[in-house]
Write a protein that binds this ligand. Sequence first.
Ligand SMILES: C[S@@+](CC[C@H](N)C(=O)[O-])C[C@H]1O[C@@H](n2cnc3c(N)ncnc32)[C@H](O)[C@@H]1O
Length: 251
Amino acid sequence: MRNGLLSGGDIYNLLINWPKRLSTEIPFLTDIIQDRLSIKSALLSIGCGTGQHLFELQNHYDCSITGLDIDESMIEKAKQRASTIKFIVADFLDNDTLRNTKFDVIFSLGNSIGLIASASGSYDQVVKKLGSHLTSTSILIFQILNTVKERNNWSAPRQVRTKSGEYVFLRGFTTTKRFIHPEIITLFRTNEEEEFQLKTTGKANIPRISVEEMTLLLQQADFTNIRVYGDYNKGPFNADSSSDMIFIAER
Ligand SMILES: C[S@@+](CC[C@H](N)C(=O)[O-])C[C@H]1O[C@@H](n2cnc3c(N)ncnc32)[C@H](O)[C@@H]1O
């Protein structure tokens, strides 16, 4: 099942500049996680996509590692790479998903929590379910877009050449009162073609939330020691200028 914004694992891997993202996001994660994970521990990534973060983290930790995503094609792509990581196709909000399993570290990057919340239009259910999978010594790390900031713009196109042809990705945002709407347009031409064809378009509704509102939801779900950063260099969150809201919370 697709969430409407993305176009599957193969295209997602081309869309993202992985070396750039992983070069800041992995040091951030390992710095927060530090020595919390032993061989008996369990780590979960929610909305893991094609599992890129998990493949890096398995070099740092010898604990049990699970990646969960609703999109079969993301998980298929992840499974093409040899690893001992357990990949699951499931809707995180489904009550049967993970049942009562607890994790020592749960993380979710790439705005997955925003996309999961888009189904109901609110973060309440997501935060409650996150809490149900953590113990009193666990840690939660998640990033969503800074949804306070209005976004009405398109980034410079990203061009990617593959053996079969050339992709152009256009990524933009519009903002309404309750939602941020990310949009992705994918164009493609084969090596023989001069003109591009429209390959996919996708749009999503990410519910807008302030840091204060998210902090309250986390507190109501018994999270403590809640911190928020505005970027992966641990810069302070600024509602007007930060690109991200990155929450760390404990129980
Ligand atoms: C933008 S991608 C982020 C992937 C990866 N975490 C990253 O950092 O690049 C968001 C992912 O969330 C997944 N997702 C959306 N709704 C979900 C749900 N209800 N349960 C599990 N995964 C979901 C999508 O399928 C998609 O792979």
